[in-house]
Design a protein around this ligand. Structure first.
Ligand SMILES: Nc1ncnc2c1ncn2[C@@H]1O[C@H](COP(=O)(O)OP(=O)(O)OP(=O)(O)O)[C@@H](O)[C@H]1O
Ligand SMILES: [Mg+2]
Length: 238
């Protein structure tokens, strides 16, 4: 089996060198746990270390957040964008027309898929799946659409990071809608319990994974996982 290194220091060694090629991985956590930085770093590493084009998909109208992060870490996205090694795509959903939302989401999937084929992108990040909820009324419709969307992404020839926001009160709460974690091939959970941050590999199909939570830091170069250190489960106090 081919593996795709995430390229995040200390992380790949917890999962036999990387995630299975073509897998979809959920990165979940509460507000400010580092999900966006994680997703961006995965794409940035792909583009700069492995020459793999990547696509960042978001629903936010405000793209400042990702630009701030990239500037802050001195990741030169302009150069990567010019070389088609990095692209930001904002999902285009009509705000009022909630009845056709499922169709619209699936149409967006086609646009994503066409772009991926066009530039030969092998890395994709969707940040975050939770923001789809602003367009979709009702938990049942949300689950169904989210399932179809994630399932559609899995058919693309891409290794995908999906982010999901959790409320962060329960350690076992690993996604916003309770469907994401079952559709994906792997789940990484990020916790923040000041002054500490912890990462736990909750699931990684086809992989002999670390069974322990590990401390991580957000440094001036982005996320660094302390793979040799372990955090006792009881030590994660949210
Ligand atoms: N250069 C930096 N050095 C250290 N920590 C940083 C740096 N830049 C950002 N951070 C930390 O990362 C956090 C933001 O991370 P990120 O935006 O990835 O979180 P998130 O999980 O996506 O949050 P949200 O739920 O709001 O989308 C900040 O709150 C801050 O604590
Ligand atoms: Mg974010």
């Amino acid at each position: 089996m081919k593996r795709v290194p995430l390229g995040i220091e200390g992380l790949d060694e917890l999962i036999q060198g990387g995630v299975p090629k073509g897998a979809s991985i959920l990165v979940s956590g509460g507000a400010g746990t580092g999900k966006t930085i994680f997703a961006t770093q995965f794409l940035y590493n792909g583009a700069t270390k492995y020459n793999e084009p990547g696509l960042y998909v978001t629903l936010e109208t405000n793209l400042k957040n990702i630009t701030w992060d990239m500037e802050n870490f001195r990741w030169d996205i302009k150069k990567l964008q010019e070389k088609e090694l990095f692209k930001i795509y904002k999902l285009n959903l009509a705000e009022k027309d909630s009845d056709n939302i499922e169709e619209e989401v699936l149409e967006e999937l086609n646009i994503i898929s066409e772009y991926i084929e066009k530039v030969g992108a092998t890395r994709l990040a969707v940040d975050s799946t939770t923001s789809l909820a602003m367009w979709i009324r009702g938990a049942a419709a949300m689950r169904k659409t989210l399932f179809k969307f994630t399932d559609g992404l899995k058919k693309l020839d891409c290794t995908t990071i999906l982010t999901s926001e959790t409320k962060g009160i329960e350690k076992t709460n690993i996604s916003a809608f309770g469907v994401e974690e079952f559709v994906v091939d792997g789940v990484l959970v990020l916790y923040m319990h000041p002054p500490h941050r912890t990462l736990f590999v909750r699931k990684m199909r086809g992989t002999n994974q670390s069974m322990s939570p590990h401390p991580f830091e957000i440094t001036e170069n982005g996320i660094v996982v302390r793979s040799k250190e372990e955090v006792p489960w009881e030590g994660i106090k949210l």
